[in-house]
Design a protein around this ligand. Sequence first.
Ligand SMILES: [Fe+2]
Ligand SMILES: [Fe+2]
Length: 425
Amino acid sequence: MHIGARLQLDTSELHDLFYMLFLKDLGCSSNAARICQLYATNDHDFKRNSKTMDHSLGQILHFVATNTAVKSGLATKLKTILNIARNSGSITRDLIETRCERGAEIARTMRFPERVAQGILDLDEHWDGRGHPLGRKETDISLMARIALLAQVIDVFHITGGRQAAINEVHRRAGTWFDPQLVSVFEALARDLSFWAVLEGADIEAQVFALEPAAHRSFVDDDLLDDIADGFAQVVDAKSPFTSGHSKRVALYSDMIAEELGMEANRKRWLVRGALLHDIGKLGISNEILDKAGKLDEEEWQAMRNHPVLGQHILSRIDAFSGIATIAMNHHEKLNGKGYPNGIGADELDLETRIVTVADIFDALSADRPYRAAMPTSKALSIMREEVGTALDVDCFDALATAIGRLENAKETSDDVQAPMQAIG
Ligand SMILES: [Fe+2]
Ligand SMILES: [Fe+2]
């Protein structure tokens, strides 16, 4: 934002830059699973470490050797290294393409201006045309993206090596990765000691929010809140092939249950947002754990059980969504107190949470998974029936069974409803 201000961007450009910087990694979750598969490592560590290299051959080899398959045996490690060595270029291009396109699309879902989407799309393009995914060059690259690319490299080197390391790295990549004009703006900025003091200060969050161009603050109505919930549900669902479409389906089932129970329209709208965002805490869990084929070890299981807490933490920070933070926190609790993370029981579980819990389990059982075909809905319901009363709410379960039964009957008697049936899998 300081670079943007020194370039004398107008307030509308600064507004878009501010949000583009926050949202630049929106599409990141969508290649997290592939990073884990290809490099057999933890996606969080990988992303942190990969920003400190510039892809010269020596660095790639060093990077692969230290990052690949940290926990796996030598054979797996060698196989992964060979695969990366053979396909390095196309793998990098694929990863970046998925990430940028997905991210831009989600920003559009959330109704951010096109300039924000374009910035996300161009984030990995380099000044000399050797970036990805399109190999755009110089000023063909969105200005927002040029600033963001520079800023993220400054940040990573500053955090890991200090002020001078950041300055040196930026200087080294001027004209290859970075727009030389932006580099000189940064070099002037870097002589201002208060710039670094803010970056290293404890109240950086408050300082960052103070940079938001206030004149462009926009009013958020209910439709926009729905779109924002929908956008972040896409981010969550894109993280793992095991949960593709999960949040959207849980929202659909929750809506059906609430409809059956006669819930009032406005309350239902909140419920659907809660259902869309119930697993948002999974963004904080590595794919190495989320996608693990075998049994989780104790440490992994503990991390997994923490996703409701992370979800609650994220949602309660946003005023408009704080009301649904309880759903995120409690969706794995059971009526008999045998759920997680807190083991609370029936008297502390509200109707919204009970509905999402039933919808969540139904989807976990009935959805197609990479490792098995979809279970028939009747079988999923009969497995769930055994837990009704002890773990699951009887009214919510009955409402779901009725709604599903009605849809199945309709499917048998009419071809017209085939589309909605496909939609719910
Ligand atoms: Fe969950
Ligand atoms: Fe879930």
